[in-house]
Design a protein around this ligand. Structure first.
Ligand SMILES: N[C@@H](CCC(=O)N[C@@H](CS)C(=O)NCC(=O)O)C(=O)O
Length: 397
């Protein structure tokens, strides 16, 4: 008689098939050949399982076989990066590591703005995604899909566009942020298969958030990518199919530190310029608003003034984390970062203002024990956020 092989049960990953951050994390797990049970989260599991355990009704979230949980895509990537058998996606060099994390953060928190524009402003994309969300995520609601789709579309526009700084005077600039990123990525991909080398880095996974589930999968931006940035279009597929060599074990072939090019010179200059002149001043102003109890603020950047930008507590935590990482660098590495960012506005927005506590656990410690919250209260909160005026914390899709 043959004995059954004892294999550890894989973790369960809660995702949405239309989700920015789910796509980012799934690409990373697939690349690292980390098995997981994929569970598409509709309203029921989002409230009764994810929200109940983590306190946040957002995906991606992962339930580990021992019952503990992971959440927050960046914290999850950092967690997996420390596990045995992962091929590093971060450089060994501390200055480069910092810049990679900064770009990941910019992709997560700033490029969400054009991603929202391209998903929810053009008629074809907004109809298509609105119906997908009604059918895939909100189908437990006893309402016709078309009504849910229209209501959810209005919620997203209000929460992330018109209620978050956008007005007719800056709408074209927000739209064009997508093309600026395409130009940078096309330039990088003319030189190599992935953005920093022959293998994927954290910068690839950061960009994958907006580039995959929004710009590649939604009809209007996909047409632009296919026509104007064919290398980016091919890179999306390359990253989605990329796998580390071998089948696990820290000594499997190909598991050594990959070589990543330094983040300097053209076309990185254009990217660092956007990070330094737009994202970092935004992070500082957002933190000041949180400190001063302002629910919204105006922000003048190179392309115009965003009016009534919503104050975002989570992004203060992002700034605090970047600030702490910068200040923890050895002096020579910090000098390199300062020098790289000096032509682009410098590191002032990170260091000049003290950390402003976000009100959430900082830094987030993973894995976490399940919180066991009441699904009833969570359900009420979730429905309020879906059909009310403000989205749940920093939730989006
Ligand atoms: N900072 C979180 C953000 C997660 C997030 O916003 N997820 C969206 C999907 S992309 C969500 O769950 N939205 C739920 C909603 O809109 O209510 C991360 O990086 O994981």
């Amino acid at each position: 008689m043959t004995r059954p092989r004892l294999t550890a049960a894989p973790p369960t990953l809660y995702v949405m098939d239309i989700s920015y951050f789910s796509g980012k994390l799934e690409a990373y797990l697939r690349y690292q050949r980390r098995p997981y049970l994929r569970r598409e989260a509709s309203l029921g599991p989002l409230i009764g399982e994810v929200g109940r355990a983590t306190g946040v009704m957002q995906v991606p979230a992962m339930r580990l076989p021992d019952g503990r949980w992971l959440r927050e895509s960046s914290a999850m990537l950092a967690h997996f990066e420390e596990q045995d058998g992962s091929v590093p996606v971060l450089s060994h060099d501390p200055a480069e590591r910092f810049l990679m994390r900064l770009i990941e953060d910019y992709c997560d928190e700033w490029l969400w703005r054009p991603a929202m524009w391209w998903r929810w402003m053009p008629r074809e994309s907004s109809r298509h995604v609105g119906l997908r969300i009604a059918r895939e995520v909100l189908h437990e609601l006893p309402l016709p899909a078309a009504v849910i789709a229209r209501t959810f579309t209005a919620r997203q526009r209000r929460a992330w566009l018109t209620g978050d700084g956008m007005h007719p005077g800056v709408s074209d600039a927000v739209r064009d942020m997508y093309r600026e990123e395409l130009a940078t990525l096309e330039g990088l991909l003319a030189e190599r298969d992935f953005l920093l080398g022959a293998q994927p880095s954290l910068v690839d996974f950061g960009y994958f958030g907006p580039m995959f589930r929004h710009f590649y999968c939604d009809p209007d931006p996909e047409r632009v990518m296919r026509r104007e940035a064919p290398r980016v279009h091919a890179w999306v597929q390359r990253l989605w199919t990329a796998r580390v060599p071998g089948h696990g074990g820290s000594d499997a072939p190909g598991r050594e530190q990959p070589h990543f090019v330094p983040i300097e010179g053209a076309p990185f200059d254009a990217l660092l310029e956007r990070v330094g002149r737009r994202y970092l001043p935004y992070l500082q102003r957002n933190a000041e608003a949180l400190r001063d109890g302002e629910p919204a603020f105006d922000l003048t950047l190179d392309f115009g003034t965003l009016r009534g930008v919503r104050t975002h507590a989570f992004r203060s935590a992002c700034r605090n984390a970047l600030r702490a990482a910068l200040l923890a660098l050895p002096a020579d590495a910090r000098g390199v970062v300062e020098q790289r960012l000096a032509p682009h506005g410098g590191v002032g927005p990170l260091v000049d203002l003290d950390p402003v506590p976000s009100g959430t656990q900082e830094p987030l410690r993973l894995p976490m024990e399940p919180l066991g919250l009441s699904p009833l209260a969570l359900g009420e909160h979730m429905l309020g956020s879906l059909f009310g005026h403000t989205p749940a914390s920093n939730a989006r899709s």
